[in-house]
Design a protein around this ligand. Structure first.
Ligand code: DX5
Ligand code: ZN
Length: 220
């Protein structure tokens, strides 16, 4: 199968100690650090932007998996590249008119492009982005309504993951929202290989054990 990437969502971390929280997650076995960028417009919550990524980058070499829940993702490409973002995942709902230009710019700036879709968006909408001349490297299937951590996993989203995996055997497929020990098997057997987990990792007394359990489920 495709290699597992376990990505703790830093949204559930202590923002006042972001650098040490990031280091702790890497020490616990995280592959990526998932950074939730919310603009208070595309989603009804406001989190952090490029300046925080830039500050964090000074303290870690880790892969920063940036999930942009913003209205005009193209405006963020340059600042996020400068700040040191590794992956740049935008929402298809926010880029229906200009995704080709957007993907091209993300690549030009040396970041890995990904596309995310909300629970109400049909999976067919992202096929052109995977099949384009300049394709996205990852598809993020939201398993909750974007905006907040700690929500309940939506198992019905697994139909999207299964359809994607069947069509694209080597694509990175990320799931985000409500993932943890009780939902990972459903997501992994549907074909997800990049696992975002916020509250289940940060709320655990032994985050390393949760990360290793998530990895085992994907890899078996
Ligand atoms: C939700 C964010 C998620 C969130 C996941 O809009 O995209 O990354 O932090 O948190 P949990 O794992 O707690 O659902
Ligand atoms: Zn996210």
């Amino acid at each position: 199968g495709v290699a597992a990437k376990i990505a703790p969502s830093m949204l559930s971390s202590d923002f006042a100690n972001l650098a040490s929280e990031a280091e702790r997650m890497i020490r616990c076995g995280a592959d990526w650090l998932h950074m939730d960028i919310m603009d208070g417009h595309f989603v009804p919550n406001l989190t952090l932007g490029a300046p925080v990524i830039e500050s964090l980058r000074k303290h870690t070499k880790a892969y920063l998996d940036c999930h942009l829940m913003v209205t005009n993702p193209i405006d963020y490409v340059e600042p996020f590249a400068k700040a040191g973002a590794s992956g740049f995942t935008f929402h298809v709902e926010a880029s229906r008119e200009n995704w080709e230009e957007l993907v091209q710019r993300i690549k030009l700036k040396g970041m890995r492009p990904g596309v995310a879709l909300k629970p109400g968006t049909p999976i067919e909408e992202i096929y052109p982005l995977v099949e384009a001349e300049n394709p996205v490297d990852m598809v993020l299937v939201m398993t909750v309504e974007p905006g907040f951590g700690g929500q309940k996993f939506m198992p019905e989203m697994m139909d999207k993951v299964r359809a994607l995996r069947k069509k694209y055997p080597s694509l990175d497929i990320e799931v985000d929202g409500g993932l943890g020990p009780s939902t990972i098997d459903v997501a992994a057997s549907a074909g997800a290989n990049c696992i975002v987990a916020g509250s289940s990792v940060f709320g655990a007394s032994e985050p390393a054990q949760v990360i290793s359990l998530l990895r085992t489920s994907v890899e078996e």
